[in-house]
Each structure stands twice: as structure tokens, then as C-alpha cells.
Design a protein around this ligand. Sequence first.
Ligand code: 26W
Length: 813
Amino acid sequence: MPKTYTKNTMKQAIEGKLRRHFSREPGEASKEQIYEACALVIRDTLADHMIETQNQVEQNKERQVHYLCMEFLVGRSLRNNAYNLGLLGPMRDALADMGVDLSDLFEEEADPGLGNGGLGRLAACYMDGMATIGVRATGYSIRYEHGIFKQKIVDGEQVELPDSWLETGAVWQIPAMDDVREVRIGGNVNTYWNDEGKLVVEHTDYTPVLATPYDMPISGYKTDNVSTLRLWEASSPIPLDMSLFSRGEYLKAVEKHAMAEVISMILYPEDNHIEGQSLRLKQQYFLVSATIQDICAKHKAQYGTLENFARKHILHINDTHPVLVIPELMRILMDGENMGWDKAWNIVSQCVAYTNHTVMPEALECWPIELMQSLMPRVMMIVNEINERFCKELWNYYPGDFNRISKMAIVSDGVVRMAHLAIAGSFSVNGVSELHSDILKEKVFHDFYHISPAKFRNVTNGIAHRRWLCEANPELTGLITELIGDGFITHPSELQVLRTFGEDKKVLDRLAEIKRHNKERLAAYIKEHNGIEVNLGSIFDVQVKRLHEYKRQMLNILHILYLYNKIKDDPSAEFVPRTYIFGSKAAPGYVVAKRTVSLINSIANKINNDPDVGDKLKVVFIEDYKVSLAEMIMPAAEVSEQISIAGKEASGTGNMKFMMNGALTIGTMDGANVEICQAVGEENIFIFGMNAKEAENLAEGGTYSPMSIYNSNPGLRRVLDQMRDGFGDGKKYDSLVKMLLQGNGGPADKFMSLADFDSYVKAQERVSQMYLRPENWNYMSLMNIANSGRFASDRSIAEYAKNIWKVHTDFAY
Ligand code: 26W
């Protein structure tokens, strides 16, 4: 069990930190200094546990999981760690004595934005799950100096500002200077056979980049097991004072210096879309090379050999971004350890496991051969060899079928297909929801599935329910604990017991009251930040996620305008009031997405200021959506919008956070919505629209005509015409309307919002009707909470551990 504190020992510890780190007495310290002092107290405990955990792993020679991901959207740490260590109480009391409010202090901490969206947040939820259920795990990523940009809305448009999270985030990171590694980028490779008949590889003229690790201890709930998140920072070993060199060489040195330093400067803000920049590829190789060198060096120090590597390590790659771990480990085993190809390949392909997180074609990475050749010449040689051997093997399965083999090749058409490399070099490939895993097997990776079906699995995503329920919604957690005890904190499936309270009016009323309090908190935030007074009696209907056409924020907008017209046509008609809440960052170069942000703000401005509308309808765009805001928004939501075109959202995880906090889902049969529907039953969710098969057939049939829907649906036509003309703020959205009706080079309405519009309107009517019957609504809400346990990351991690990683956990189903 973790070290405990009483109020008094906690107070002493905080005061001690204030004195020693800031030379301040508590009365003189700033809030920021007190925050840091608290963080340091907690960090000390975690650092002790981190060392103990590492010692145990070493002593017991345990198999370890290494989780590689270009993104970790960890969120704030102070509250999470204090909660997990059971120190929230003593800290709150100690600070109260010092005249400081703990909740206030939490706001001092920057929200580290080391990720874009789903992928990065999932990685963070998994670190929590792994620590809690006793998996020995290390996460690896890049210590981006600037995480995802800060979003400002200026005159209705998104403006991106740099994010400097390190000012208050650095306190959680412990530099490990004795583990600095060197990554070599570019240069030339010469190979020759030496006298003993071994291939010698010489790498010259490369740019050396130093990788310095910063370790963030990640706590688990009530356990000494601590996971480590190792973040690599890039710097140059080349000193800038090169006065002894000729001028030309000096400039070259400066160039190399700058190239190295820039590697960990910024997170690419594209989500589900590849820009193909060489810096991004350097980042990927930097992460992979530093990480695998680190793991190998430690392994060798312990075992004296890498021969038993696969028995002791799992290298889990989160999407293809770290897939170069495959050729990089081959390089180390062959060039560094003198292993032959087959032996090295056996090791590599037995320890790499790959999770796919998207089927969007524009997100499936393909890197130009020349670029890879110039940035990592030895790795490219190895990739070519992997490809050759792989194609030979394919020939056995599909003799003579050139077409199929070239479609499946790793290197083809001038590019390296990273997903194919990932599948060829790993022992396990999984999707992140049942539907998504089926689509991988049946469509995206069908030919690969055909030759090695046993490699393919599903592990449905899960969320850290302690962060998203227990910490984010303490009042609801209090009620649940009162009703069923606190077992669900470590055994989330126990939430099921809540089903027995479905007929208990008192419980349902309490549930509604708690929702109301959470709505009040969000309403106050909206008042302060948007200046909008929202109706607390209205349905809080929320769509928060990255802005992407496939996620169909557009469908939501079309419906809001449709409702607006209804009110305008008959202001005295019955109307169930709604507050539509959006939160979403658009990739800076994604024109349609940025235009959509602007559209939401234009309609918000129009609707919110129309006296005919009053408090029946409001539209709120919450600026700079991030983890800490999500923690306030989820508990306040009543309707969760999960309306992607079926077949495209791999899983979704926001859907799970909403459900767990008692919001009802309106959604398509996409990603994990399908399993949410199974879990709660069709009567406790609002499903609409085409399913994945229907959507695919319509898209592929070539008959889809949004223009004929426009022509035959007057309500929709009116909305689109209004959009075309704009909403009185001087902005026109004709380009978006054109995208929907004619397309812009590509198909019109690519994600078929118009095809699902009618069905969506009807589902929304059902939502409104249900809201008029609070006892039914609250019952449905309770059923959502009660059936959300299977979407906890503890369950997902237990599945990974049991079915893929083959490591022990303390989790009992
Ligand atoms: C390099 C550009 C890029 C960046 C991020 C391409 C692809 C990505 C991610 C793989 C996109 C992503 O975050 N996918 C989301 O992963 C979540 C976790 O599994 C799923 O819940 C979401 O459905 C999926 O969109």
C-alpha cells in the first residue's frame, strides 16, 4: 500500500517543499508555488514506488509491456495522483488549514496536450489501467515542447496559439540523464563482408541527435505498482562554437544542430490525416530508435544477451506511427549483435503487437521510399529485405497472383506502406471495437487476414473510469457508493448492481438532482466564457470531439437550423428546449473543418440573439476543448452525439465517458456505439441512420444523389439555402453547401449527412418526447451508468494482458 499521510504530516511536507524549493513560508507563497509544492510531495511517493516497481521487475525477471505511441493525452496529474494514492482528503484538509482551496489549486496546473484526440487519450487511459491492475508497463513518447495548439475563437474563426505546457507540467517529470541515447539520422551506409564472412555495416555522415528521457510516474489506484511514461527530448550534441572549422562546415554544423533540436519541438496537429512531412518521419524514427536502444541496453545489462528478448518484452505499437520499431530492432540484433536474419526476425515478430485505430484512407501512412532512404538508410535496406521475403511468402499463398501480391506488398508504388509492415512484423493485430475489427478482417486487411487469421483480434476500447467517473463526477460517485458500495472502483462490472434501482423513484430523483448540479457548474462556465445564459431546464446536448467531416458535426448543424426554422415558423408551438454544446479543434490546414467551426459560431450568434427563440434554443461553442474541460462537460451532458457515418469511427471513447456519466446516446451503429447499444438495450439508446453495410453499399453503388434529397425535402432545402446565404454576419457558407450538393472534385456529401438526415430528425424527436417524461429519462440514464462497466479500461487492459501480451494481472472479471 502507498505511503499515507495525515492532515498534519501532509501540511509539514508541503511546508517543507515550500521552504526548500522556493524559500517561502506558506503565508508568502503564491498559488503556483503551493501547487508545485503539493505536486512534489506526491511525486516523491510516486518516485519511490516507481523505483520499487522497477526493482521488482528486475529481480523477478518479469515480462514487461512497452507501449509506444506518438501521443499521450494525459490530462492533469495532481488530482489524479492524489486520488489514486488516497491523499485527496489529507491534502484538502492540510491546504484548508493554510487557507487554500484544493479544487482551486487544481486549476493552476496546465493541461498537457501531448495528443490530438482519441488515440492519445486512449494511451493515457491505458497507462492508468496498466498501473492499477498490475501490468508492468512503460509508455514511450516524445516530450513535445509545444503540444496541441490552444484554440481561440476570434470573430467566430479558429485561431491557433502555441501551447507551452512545460511551465507548470515539468514538475511531474524526472530527467534520467544516465539513460541518454543517441539517434542517428540521415548519412550514408556502406556494407562489406569481413574476413569472417560477416556483413559489416558502416554508417557515416549522419546527424547525431541526443534523446534525453524524462520520466512521468503514472499511479494506479491503491497500489504500489507505478507505470512510467518515458518522454524523449531531442537535442544536439554538436556544440555551436565551431570556430576551428571552415565557414562551410560551420554552417553545416549549425544546420545539423537545428535539425536535431527541432525534432521534439511540436506535436503535429493533424488527426486522422497524414501530411507527409519529413519532420514527422524523423519524430517517428527518433521515438522508436531511442526507445528500442533503451530497452535493449537494459536487457543486455541484465541478461548479457538479447537472445531471450522476445520472452521478456512486448513492444506494443499504437497505430503504425511507431512501426519502425520492427526494422530498428532488426538492425540492432543483426548489426549490433551479429544475429542472422532468421533468428532476428523470430525475435522481432514474436514481440511486436499492433493496434489499428482508423480506417480512414488518408490516415493510413505511406512514406515515400526516397524520404526513408535519405533519413534512415540502414532501416530502409532492412525494410526492403523484409518486403522481399514477405512477397516471396505471399507467392506461396497466391502463386501467380501478381496483382494481389503487389497490393499487399510493403514497398510498392514508390512508397512504404506502414500498415503492411506492421502486419508482417507483428504477432497480433487488433481493432478497437467489434465492428471495426470485423471491417479490418473483411475489408481493409482482408488479404492479410486470409493468410493468417489467427493474428487478428478485437479488443474494444475502454476509459479510465476512475478519472472519468469517480474524479470528474464526485457527487454521482457518492450516490453510487451509497447504493452499491465502492467495489466498482476496482471492479467496474459491479456497476451492474445499479440496475436493481431502476424502479426506485428516490434514486432516480437523486440522479436528476446530481445532473442538475453538474449542469449548473457547466452553465456557470459558459456564462463566464461565452457570455451566454443557458436554460437549465433545457436538454444539454453535446458533441465534443475533433472536427472531421466523417464525424458529421454538419448533420448536427443541419438539424439545429431545421429546429430554428420550426420555432421561427410558429414561435408559440410546443418546443422541448435544448442547449447545443460543441467543443472541437480543427486541424489548422483542414479548410472544411475550419469553415465548419466558423459556421457553428455564425449560427450560434444568430440563434442566441433572436428574441423569437428566447431560451428554447441555444448554441454554445466551447473554446479550446481539452481533457480538463471534458472532465467538466461529460458529467453535465444529457445527450451524447455520436453521429459519424457508420463504418468510419473505429470505436469512439467519448461515447463511453458520456454513458458512464448518465447521458443518453443518439448515434449511428458505428464503432463502440454498437456495443453500447448491446449493453444498454435498444430501448435505452437512440439509434438512427444507415448501418455500416448500408452506408458502404450506398457509397459504392454510385447512385447516391444528395441533390435529389435537396430537391425533395423542403425543410432540408431551406436550411441549405440559408447556409449558402449566411447568417447576417457577412459570412457565407456556399463552399460548404457546394461540398454537400456537388462535391469539390470528389463525391458530393462524401459522408452522406443528407442521406441520414430524416432518420436523425426522427430520432431527435424521440429524444425530445422522452425528455418530457423525466421518470423514463432518468431510468434510461441509470441503465446507461449501470451497463457502462464493460467500457472501463481495466477490462480492456485485462484482455490485452490475457489474450495478447500473456502477462499477469490482478484483475478479476
Ligand atoms: C499522423 C496523422 C494521424 C494522427 C492520428 C493519423 C491517425 C491518427 C489516429 C490513429 C487517429 C485516432 O485518434 N483514431 C481514433 O482512435 C480512437 C482510439 O482507438 C478511436 O476511439 C477513434 O474512433 C479513432 O478515430
